[in-house]
Ligand binder design. Structure first.
Ligand code: NAD
Length: 486
């Protein structure tokens, strides 16, 4: 299949500030590449401090003077359902653009577009269904909790599943009555520019949603350090999170940090091995392996280890690597040549640290573009870099264990703590292991499927705070306690 270029691509990607598409104040732009040709297909406005200042001023005005924070939840909910309708109505186009810009397989990009719509529907419903607490001291006092939007929320997002991850922050921030400035990832700015029309057509007032493109160290940094932005919700690498944490400290900002991972999948001998194989293959190779919750370390009990490794490697070899726009494709092109180089660097390191049983280089038949063959290393020791460090590509490390204690020690032996996947039919072991594993989220005998009401977040270097369901509502609102003497 040859390169697929979507029709009607924009001739330039601009900021969206106070209801208008604008260029950067200084006119600066940066190149955006597509991951199949690695050629620049568009220029995007490169935002700096001056652009962030304009966007924050518009968002602050809309918050201080506009109707948005003062609407009844039901009124905001109606508008957000219209946003969800609009996302759903153009999900095929969204998937096409996202797949072109990120290299994600088109079928998986479509799933992410549908999830974006679902995020808006979910928070539109939640703010209407929400109740707040009242406490009564009989004859003396009534106390109630008054939830209030906080102000301008700064939303900083990564390049993996960009549109969906933007929706994950935009929906609760807007549902609770805040106004926002979104700074999307510079590798993948294409789909974010669609939000502007979607929000305007749905009836979101000007200034409530603002978008500033640009590099993290320019536009992102200015947003983090802006005194009129009391909240920063960030998703990205742990090292970037640390920097943002330090930069936000002088302002005592509210921070939500969804960071990196190196999540273990632990397969005990008593597990249903076919299910475990299906799920652990999907867990690291779906979304090109560019997934924060990827089960990128697989720990397997020794008695089934050789059998598991052999069958796993065979499945990995059969994964269809292909053009992102081909519906048959299971692994597409990695997002950017810089990221491709990083992942290929780990593949080479892995060859010195473990036993290569599948892949190990560029995908066969793809001389150009960011295509990495699904790669499996077995017998990887916990000291290995490919065991410890987040690769964020289609590369997995498999390690044997002999006892529950050793499995737990291996599972916890990284700085990260985002997710863990446990495969066993022993109920007691499953719950004991969940209790002891250092992970914000655990899936037992289960694929990575998440109910939107559940908390999402990591421990250790994987994050700070939780989003998801009411946790997002908590993050984006002040809970003022009002005390009344009777
Ligand atoms: P990144 O940290 O390089 O960039 C993320 C965003 O931060 C981008 O918009 C970038 O421009 C911006 N940024 C960079 N430096 C900044 C600075 N100094 N100040 C303010 N903003 C700055 O991450 P990435 O490479 O885009 O994304 C991949 C990472 O994201 C992986 O580590 C992955 O695990 C993580 N991730 C985590 C989750 C989660 O929910 N835990 C979800 C998806 C991705």
């Amino acid at each position: 299949m040859t390169q697929h270029v979507p029709a009607a691509l924009p001739d330039r990607i601009r900021h969206y500030i106070d209801g208008a598409f604008v260029d950067s104040v200084d006119g600066d732009t940066f190149d955006v590449l597509d991951p199949v040709s690695n050629e620049t297909y568009v220029q995007a406005a490169a935002g700096k401090q001056a652009d962030i200042d304009l966007a924050v001023a518009a968002a602050k005005r809309a918050f201080d003077e506009g109707p948005w924070p003062r609407l009844l939840p039901r009124e905001r909910s109606r508008i957000l359902h219209r946003v969800a309708d609009a996302v759903e109505a153009q999900d095929a186009r969204l998937a096409e653009l996202e797949s072109f810009d990120t290299g994600l397989p088109i079928t998986q990009a479509l799933g992410q577009a549908k999830r974006a719509a679902e995020n808006f529907r979910f928070f539109a419903d939640l703010i209407v269904a929400q109740h707040d607490d009242t406490y009564k001291v009989p004859g003396r006092q009534v106390n109630y909790v008054n939830r209030k939007p906080i102000g301008v929320a700064g939303l900083i997002t990564p390049w993996n599943t960009p549109f969906m991850l933007e929706s994950w922050k935009l929906a609760p921030a807007l549902a609770t009555g805040n106004t926002v400035v979104l700074k999307p990832a510079e590798f993948t700015p294409l789909s974010a520019s669609l939000w502007a029309d979607i929000f305007r057509d749905a009836g979101v007032p000007d200034g409530v949603f603002n978008l500033v493109n640009g590099l993290g160290e320019d536009a992102g940094d200015a947003l983090v350090k802006h005194p009129d932005v009391p909240l920063i919700s960030f998703t990205g690498e742990s090292s970037t999170g640390q920097l943002i944490f330090a930069n936000a400290a002088p302002f005592l900002k509210g921070l939500s940090m969804e960071l990196g991972g190196k999540s273990p999948a632990i397969v005990f001998a008593d597990a249903d091995l076919d299910d475990a194989l299906d799920a652990t293959v999907f867990g690291v190779f779906s979304l090109n392996g560019e997934r924060c919750t990827a089960g990128s370390r697989i720990l397997v009990e020794r008695s089934v280890y050789d059998d598991f490794v052999e069958r796993y490697a065979e499945r990995a070899r059969n994964i269809v690597v292909g053009h992102p726009n081909d519906p048959a494709t299971e692994v597409g092109a990695l997002v950017h040549p810089e990221h491709y180089e990083k992942v290929m660097g780990y593949v080479e390191i892995g060859k010195t640290e473990g036993r290569l049983v599948a892949g190990g280089g560029r995908a066969v038949g793809f001389p150009t573009g960011n295509y990495v063959a699904p790669t499996v290393f077995a017998d990887v020791p916990p000291s290995a870099r490919i065991f410890q460090e987040e690769i964020f590509g289609p590369v997995v490390a498999i390690t044997p264990f002999d006892s529950d204690e050793e499995a737990l020690a291996l599972a916890n032996d990284t700085k990260y703590g985002l997710a863990a996947y446990i495969w066993t039919n022993d109920l007691k072991r499953a719950h004991t292991f969940s209790q002891n594993v250092q992970a914000g989220m655990v899936w037992l005998n289960s694929n990575n499927v998440r109910d939107l009401r559940t908390p999402f977040g990591g421990v250790k270097a994987s994050g700070l705070g939780h989003e998801g369901g009411y946790r997002s509502i908590d993050f984006y609102t002040d809970q003022q306690a009002v005390h009344i003497t009777l």
